[in-house]
Design a protein around this ligand. Structure first.
Ligand code: WT7
Length: 645
């Protein structure tokens, strides 16, 4: 049995859960025994949510890359660690064995060292989905540098903000990236982000598309040259080595930026020991991974899902992780199924939005595709609607594959609430049961636990977690107070998720969506305040308000109300200009789907925008707006209703 902590029955789940609550330290110490530590911990857990201060495995020393790579050598040298499927199906697949991964990660760690990167330094990674992205991430982890991966869809301005916030001195990028029919000029975006930046010393550029790039002497270096030189340093007589930096369990592993309802994105910080244990434990249990399985997580490594379930979770379990460069609809809507067929994928983990977009193409793209290798299906990122769930179950799983609906967040490091594939029951639309170590609680606005069922027999409230699990965020980079106010101050002694939730009598959870203003567009978190700031940058825009509305494919679409006072009457062209501004400031992912020009916004007498009203109108609930008597100018509501787009 390769994973002694893999739960194999409902009874085992129940007893593991019970132990995790009653004796958390003993429970996690047992699990942590299954990893490679240079030194064991002095204390399993030390915490308070007041500051917050959360320490797991304090005093322990490790390097996560030894757990993801070295410990599987030489036994698994020839086993595929990463199978890479290119954007263009005509291009050849690359198979990266554990031995090859070891060599590349050692080489790249050496490259970082040669370029002056030291333990604790922040390295920003802005690359497409190529194996080199995984080498870059793991190379950082090997020398103890803190990686901050930025999704390739973010703009130069967003990168500049993140570089500044993290005080990053190093960047790893590509000349360009292929995504479907598009070539994205990554290096050129980085060049824009670096205008005026005085901190960045080195930019390492991997060649993917061979689009022309400007290479600045003394700052920009080619990945290939650096790797070639590093090879001579790390390989002696056919033996590859690069000593992994000894890290404290609580040393930061990475920063990942994510949006909230206010302000600029926050840099969520995860640390080495707890994050490793959590991603591994959740990976092995939720997906019920078996040695030899091919695991295909369709996320981008620019998001937490890719960090945890393409890189760290699978590799720390010695698994085979499939990494796909492209998009589900290119060259046609059968691409996922081609990949499943070609690589005999056993576990497929994707987002409801991807499923919904594929439903739109009907069953044609499935014809002739052999999906019989599939054993487990998963979803993540947003609530899954029943139609999508059943389509996934019938057409992809052929009613033989359990579907795990995994609820979690950037801040949680890994999955917190989900059924365990084939072990605990699934139920459409329900994330079901908490993983061992996770203690959810539903509270009302005052933080009082909900103890009464409603008329449907359900408990409904705001979802909080009572105690830390190993993968919880430790801080927000450079601003611990922001971490406290955002997650630990709403309700005393609780971690607040920002999600609304219901629970049934058996203890199953169903997440209903955000209760703050945060939008979830195609499974990606978007901050309305950021979008408003970007819209307001457009010359002629006086003010704006952004809310979400139900969108058939994206889950939520972005609806912007804009007060325009520029030259002429605002028209379709103006909308395009505004969209272009948003793409420049944040990235194309934040472009509003709908823009309505208004002469005023519904505000309270104290000047606060009444988003509730704007949301109702955007949702089309025009007749059911609720009380507007507290508005400064109630007349504006009728105007907005009449002008709905
Ligand atoms: C928010 C977190 C977790 C990786 C991807 C998104 C929503 C996530 C589910 C699910 C219902 C879900 C929540 C959460 N969410 N998974 N299975 N069912 N809602 O990470 O960008 O940090 O967003 O996504 O609202 O708070 P993220």
């Amino acid at each position: 049995m390769p994973y002694p902590y893999q739960i194999k029955s409902l009874e085992e789940y129940r007893s593991a859960y019970k132990k995790s609550v009653e004796e958390p330290e003993a429970f996690w110490a047992d699990i942590a025994e299954n990893f490679q530590w240079r030194r064991k911990w002095d204390e399993v857990l030390n915490w308070n949510f007041k500051e917050p201060k959360i320490e797991w495995f304090k005093g322990a020393k490790l390097n996560i890359t030894e757990n993801c790579i070295d410990r599987y050598l030489p036994e698994m040298a020839e086993k595929p660690a990463i199978i890479w499927e290119p954007n263009n199906p005509e291009e050849r697949t690359r198979v990266v064995t554990y031995a090859r991964l070891h060599k590349r990660v050692c080489q790249f760690a050496q490259v970082l060292k040669n370029n002056g990167v030291k333990k604790g330094d922040r390295v920003c990674i802005y690359m497409g989905m190529v194996p080199e992205l995984a080498y870059a991430v793991l190379g950082c982890a090997r020398i103890g540098a803190i990686h901050s991966v930025i999704f390739g869809g973010f703009s130069a301005q967003s990168i500049a903000d993140r570089l500044e916030d993290a005080q990053a001195e190093f960047i790893v990028t590509c000349d360009g990236a292929y995504r479907g029919a598009k070539d994205i000029p990554l290096k050129s975006v980085i060049d824009d982000a670096l205008i005026g930046n005085k901190l960045v010393k080195k930019v390492i550029v991997y060649t993917r598309t061979r689009i022309p790039v400007s290479m600045i002497k003394g700052r920009d270096v080619w990945w290939e040259d650096e790797m070639e030189y590093a090879e001579t340093q790390v390989e002696k007589d056919g033996v590859v080595s690069f000593p992994a930096e000894e890290m404290d369990a609580e040393d930061p592993l990475f920063i990942l930026y994510t949006s909230g309802s206010t302000g600029k994105p926050k840099g969520v910080v995860h640390t080495c020991g707890g994050y490793m244990v959590w991603t591994n434990y959740s990976f092995v249990n939720v997906f019920q991974y078996q040695p030899g399985d091919v695991h295909f997580c369709t996320a981008d490594i620019g998001w937490i899902t890719g960090h945890s379930y393409i890189v760290y979770g699978p590799l720390s379990a010695g698994a085979t992780s499939l990494m796909f460069e492209g998009i589900p609809t290119w060259p046609d809507a059968g691409r996922f199924w081609d990949i499943v067929d070609k690589h005999k994928v056993n576990i497929l983990y994707t987002a409801p939005t991807a499923i919904r977009s594929l439903i739109g193409f009907g069953e044609g793209p499935l014809k002739g595709k052999d999906l019989s290798s599939l054993k487990t299906l998963g979803t993540v990122g947003e609530p899954i609607n029943e139609e999508a769930w059943h389509w996934y179950d019938e057409n992809i799983g052929r009613k033989k594959c359990p579907i795990v609906d995994t609820w979690w967040q950037t801040e949680t490091g890994g999955i917190l609430i989900s059924n365990l594939a084939g072990i605990t029951p699934s139920r459409p639309g329900w994330a079901t049961l908490p993983l061992p170590g996770v203690q959810p609680v539903l509270v009302d606005e005052n933080g009082k636990e909900i103890t009464e069922k409603d008329e449907e027999g359900l408990y409904k409230g705001n979802l909080c977690i009572k105690a830390p699990w190993p993968g919880i965020l430790r801080t927000t980079y450079g601003d611990h107070e922001r971490c406290r106010t955002n997650y630990f101050a709403t309700y005393e002694n609780l971690y607040f998720t920002g999600d609304g939730c219901m629970k049934d009598e058996e203890g199953n959870y169903r997440i209903t969506g955000r209760v703050d203003d945060v939008l979830n567009v195609s499974g990606h978190r978007i901050g309305p305040a950021e979008v408003e700031n970007a819209i307001n940058m457009h010359t002629g825009v006086v003010e704006s308000a952004v809310v979400g509305y139900p969108h058939d494919i994206k889950g939520q679409g972005i609806y912007a109300y804009v007060i325009f006072n520029g030259r002429g009457t605002p028209d379709e062209q103006t909308k395009k200009d505004i969209n272009q501004t948003v793409a420049r400031i944040i990235g194309p992912i934040a472009k509003p789907d709908k823009i309505q020009f208004v002469s005023g916004l519904p505000k309270t007498r104290s000047g606060k925008i009444m988003r509730r009203i704007l949301r109702k109108i955007a949702e089309g609930e025009i007749s059911n707006i609720g009380d507007i008597s507290t508005l400064l100018d109630p007349a504006v509501v009728d105007e907005i209703k009449n002008g709905k787009v």
